[in-house]
Design a protein around this ligand. Structure first.
Ligand code: 13P
Length: 266
């Protein structure tokens, strides 16, 4: 369970970017540049091969390590895959599951994503489950049905005792890395309310209220505060802007300011 002050979460998804040297430099700049590390939770999710390098840079800091994917088995003949046990062995605390790029470019199904969620949570990782509709689905008025399916199938069989290790990221596919289509903070707010409503039906109002829900999709220094200031948005999941230390740190600062504003209000 969280404390009364809801710290903002700022998660960097580096996707398939950086070299080993860049990963080291970027994580170093981020660790050194966070103004008030205890007022925000920051997570870096580098590509698999760079987890140990980034993990070394994060050791002793308050910045956590996360992975972008996981395979839902502890070990075995699964060529090219990475298990939850391996991620834990490298000091990963978080894992992103069901990112839209894995759903739409790599063909992951809701039921496969569900296996990952259940296995990663049971193994002791904190899971960030990504959900979100495509532009076509939004235009056809299917957003609610899509989110309903992704959440109900994605979270099937998740045991109540691991819910404190689960969070959900709303990432509308049409707003990810897209200069043309941006979700407005109001659209993000409205969809977050919908997600919490669904979660409330599935896991009860108390857990649904406690759960961290992120927004992701072209978040940058210029709009981060507007998203983070919306009721129901506890954090942001950042792709492109997380690859530049100054931009990412500006977003982290927006998170710190929002957490501090919350502290003033309570
Ligand atoms: P962008 O911030 O590049 O739109 O990516 C968002 C995302 O996919 C984070 O997981």
């Amino acid at each position: 369970m969280k404390t009364e002050i809801r710290q903002k979460f700022i998660v960097a998804n580096w996707k398939m970017h950086t070299t080993s040297f860049e990963a080291q430099q970027l994580s170093k700049s981020i660790v050194e540049g966070i103004a008030a590390p205890d007022h925000v939770t920051v997570v870096l999710c580098p590509p698999f091969p760079y987890l140990p390098i980034v993990g070394d840079m994060l050791r002793g800091s308050r910045v956590a390590l996360g992975a972008q994917n996981v395979y839902p088995e502890a070990e075995g003949a699964f060529t090219g895959e990475v298990s939850p046990t391996m991620l834990l062995d490298l000091d990963c605390k978080y894992v992103i599951v069901g990112h839209s790029e894995r759903r739409h470019k790599l063909g992951e199904s809701d039921s496969f994503i569900n296996r990952k969620v259940v296995c990663a949570l049971a193994s002791g990782l904190d899971v960030i489950l990504c959900v979100g509709e495509t532009l076509e689905q939004r235009q056809k008025g299917q957003t609610e049905a899509v989110l309903d399916r992704q959440l109900s199938t994605g979270l099937a069989g998740v045991r109540p005792e691991v819910l404190s290790h689960l969070s959900v990221a709303y990432e509308p596919v049409w707003a990810i890395g897209n200069d043309e289509h941006h979700a407005t903070p109001q659209q993000a707010h409205d969809t977050h309310l919908l997600i919490r409503e669904k979660l409330s039906q599935m896991i009860g109002a108390t857990w649904s209220g406690e759960l961290t829900v992120y927004y992701g999709g072209s978040v940058e220094p210029g709009n981060a505060a507007a998203f983070l200031g919306q009721e129901g948005i506890d954090g942001v999941l950042i792709g492109g802007a997380s690859l530049k230390a100054d931009e990412f740190l500006a977003i982290v600062n927006a998170g710190i300011l929002e957490t501090e504003a919350e502290m003033q209000r309570t």
